[in-house]
Design a protein. Structure first.
Length: 92
């Protein structure tokens, strides 16, 4: 009897975890689309994001220290790895 209860609890847990994972993936997709649209609007309006240490990031890119530039960009903006890499790639 205990085995059946444990199995039912395990299945319920897996079902909940899958549901949360699915909703999280959809939310991340929606957020990525909103960010892309905002990037397009900013580009259209010729607006630039003011990054506090951008001069340092640019200098690091020129020196060939791309990984360090990504790290500094992330520290100064709070951006994720992918976003920081794309921003640094645009500089180089």
């Amino acid at each position: 009897m205990n085995t059946v209860v444990y199995l039912a609890l395990a299945l319920a847990f897996v079902g909940c975890a899958l549901g949360v994972t699915s909703r999280l993936a959809r939310a991340e997709g929606r957020l990525a689309r909103v960010e892309r649209k905002l990037d397009l609007i900013m580009e259209h309006l010729d607006l630039r994001e003011d990054v506090a240490r951008m001069d340092e990031v640019t200098a690091l890119v020129r020196e060939g220290k791309k990984i360090h530039a990504i790290k500094v960009y992330r520290e100064s903006t709070g951006a994720g790895l992918k976003e920081a890499k794309e921003a640094v790639d645009r500089l180089g």
